[in-house]
Design a protein around this ligand. Structure first.
Ligand code: GCU
Length: 611
């Protein structure tokens, strides 16, 4: 009898632990679990492993050491060595590093716990818990039962909890571990703060028993009027009539999902106003079936390459870009809110940017949704950064999963035009195979956008002034992008005057990074490193150097604002901050900010454009 019961429970847990691909959460009515969560720092993972190393959550009876049970003593003799109710709290969303000085450099495991009540609106509905992101690995439990594990610090995931939810006193426990690991993505060495925690929104989403789980509505690649897409249902009522509607232009089509709940469609939209940075036109798109209805705001635009041109809606475009980390420098913390997104995008707009490189990992969903509204094109990237373990299949699967989750989340966002699969990875056979496979995966998931990666330049030993891009991945990418630091890591700014280029690809070239550091408010002459004058001079020299590249079709200086990095150690100048921002950590513009803005102002008037 006992075994039969165990088998039933195990089978049931398999169903509750399945991670359902819940998308478009921001187009749904949700119940927020943001706010104060109790937390327990568990440096030795005492609440996860018994003393001989057995994982509590793999035991039929985990016992009192298992923190995810969130137990209280039932009598005065019972031994329990933790108590969430007596523990401090952290704000969710948010990194833990900047919420308590004791946690600033902490790396390891922290248990979070939130208690909540929830009464379903409709008995037959299903309920999911959705996380915008957790850095880096999350083990999630509800009312003592394991929901599952998610690995990857920057993409959303969710679990169905319909069968486990109570009306009162639900205990949601998340073990977050942000320890850097060689086989992880990113690996253990990277130039940004390893912000740990539940760093983005947490929401409950109540949905009909059969709901619209996924959809794509985009222009066919190369067309300015043909819209194609798919709808996927989740639930028992898989075969339904689906209506796809753009009310503003009186476009409507009905399709039927198959036995798997899937249907494709295509419809001609002759009166479409195309989305562009100059006119970020969004349409209400309504997708409905007998049991569900969802409305999204979608822009329609075409992005292609032709020779060395990038064509937006069939017209050549130059990408006046800037790089950004997902950090609010005024708080010196992980950015996570719509207000943070608006601040960063507004700063880019002030530079007269029409483009941003969201480095080096997927940013929160507010960025692409707001960029859709503000008309800023985006480069989105997964953290395949520097010396990834390229020969490790598990590492590849992790990178591919993060790419899949990113594309799944943002595939309907007009602002997103480039998927980037790497940054500054060393050129060798296993790395190029790894990146090529990711590029193929991106194209299989989304054939409407462009694929690139931030490559590196090489300098022949016999000519320090010749910059070469000889990288096999440049032959795979749609756009040849690379980082170059002449005047900062490579000589002084006047070296720019003597640089020659060898970029043997008839493709568009984007500079994915260039720049140099300055401490905001430090002044001196143009040869004194760390002064604003040095950075300003470096920008003038670099911009003149870059416009000598005939295929140049985009520039992304590194970086919009100063950001925290434990790699930046110079006292009284860096103090744990990378100072290459055009805006300082207090929000003040440096002199180089105005050099770039003037350059982009002229470019938007048709000047400076390389021929
Ligand atoms: C590299 C890297 C960035 C880094 C920057 C720098 O190119 O891509 O992540 O922060 O250079 O050195 O500041």
């Amino acid at each position: 009898m006992k075994n039969a019961f165990f088998l039933m429970i195990s089978a049931w847990m398999l169903t509750v632990s399945a991670q359902s691909p819940l998308l478009s959460v921001y187009n749904r009515e949700t119940f927020s679990l943001n706010g104060k969560w109790n937390y327990i720092v568990d440096q030795y993972e005492t609440g996860f492993y018994a003393y001989h190393g057995t994982r509590y959550d793999e035991l039929e009876n985990p016992g009192n050491g298992a923190i995810f049970l969130d137990k209280k003593p039932q009598n005065k003799s019972e031994l329990i060595e933790y108590d969430f109710d007596l523990s401090p709290t952290l704000m969710v969303p948010g990194d833990w590093n900047t919420q308590d000085p004791k946690l600033f450099l902490y790396e390891g495991s922290i248990w979070y716990r939130r208690v909540f009540d929830y009464a379903k609106k409709n008995h037959g509905n299903r309920v999911f818990i959705h996380f915008g992101a957790v850095n880096y690995e999350a083990d999630v439990y509800l009312n003592g039962k394991k929901l599952g594990r998610h690995t990857g610090g920057f993409t959303p995931f969710s679990f169905e909890v319909t069968a486990l939810l109570k009306e009162k006193g639900n205990s949601l426990v998340v073990k977050v571990n942000d320890t850097r690991k060689h086989d992880a993505v990113p690996t253990e060495n990277f130039d940004w703060m390893n912000y740990g925690g539940i760093t983005r929104d947490v929401q409950l989403v109540e949905l009909p028993s059969t709901f619209i789980a996924d959809y794509s509505v985009q222009l066919v690649k190369g067309s300015l009027s043909m819209i194609k897409g798919f709808v996927r249902l989740n639930g028992s009522g898989k075969q339904q009539k689906i209506t796809v509607e753009l009310p503003e232009i009186k476009l409507k089509q009905q399709i039927n999902t198959d036995e798997n709940g899937y249907a494709e469609f295509a419809l001609e939209a002759k009166k479409l106003t195309l989305w562009s940075p100059e006119n970020p036109k969004l349409y209400d798109v309504i997708i409905s079936c007998e049991t569900d209805r969802i409305t999204d705001r979608i822009g329609f635009r075409s992005i292609e390459v032709s020779g060395s041109e990038i064509l937006l809606n069939k017209k050549p475009v130059f990408l006046r870009g800037i790089c950004a980390h997902e950090e609010n420098p005024l708080r010196g913390a992980r950015a996570y809110s719509k207000e943070d997104a608006r601040m960063l995008l507004t700063w880019a707009r002030e530079l007269n940017c029409n483009f941003m490189r969201l480095a080096h990992y997927p940013h929160n969903e507010y960025m692409a949704r707001l960029a859709d509204e503000m008309g800023i094109l985006l480069w989105e990237e997964i953290p395949v950064y520097w010396t990834i373990d390229f020969t490790n299949e598990t590492t590849y699967k992790n990178a591919e999963n993060q790419l899949t989750e990113l594309i799944g989340r943002d595939k309907n966002r007009a602002s997103v035009i480039i998927w980037s699969v790497a940054n500054e990875t060393p050129v060798h056979e296993s790395r190029t195979a790894f990146l090529t496979k990711l590029a193929q995966k991106a194209r299989s998931l989304d054939d409407t956008r462009l694929v690139s990666a931030a490559l590196e330049v090489s300098t022949p030993s016999d000519n320090p002034f010749l910059k070469r891009v000889h990288d096999p991945f440049a032959g795979v990418a749609d756009i040849v992008s690379f980082n170059v630091y002449v005047g900062w890591y490579d000589g002084l700014p006047d070296k720019c005057d003597r640089i020659l280029w060898d970029i043997p690809y008839e493709k568009p070239v984007i500079i994915s990074e260039f720049g140099g550091g300055a401490l905001q408010g430090l002044h001196g002459d143009t040869l004194t490193r760390w002064t604003e004058e040095f950075q300003e001079y470096l920008y003038r020299k670099n911009l003149a150097m870059l416009t000598r590249i005939p295929q140049l079709r985009g520039t992304n200086p590194w970086i919009l604002c100063d950001f925290r990095s434990p790699k930046r150690l110079l006292p009284q100048v860096q103090d744990g901050w990378n100072r290459k921002g055009l805006i300082g950590q207090n929000g003040s513009r440096k002199k180089a900010f105005y050099v770039l803005r003037e350059f982009y102002d002229k470019m938007s008037r048709g000047e400076n454009i390389p021929n």
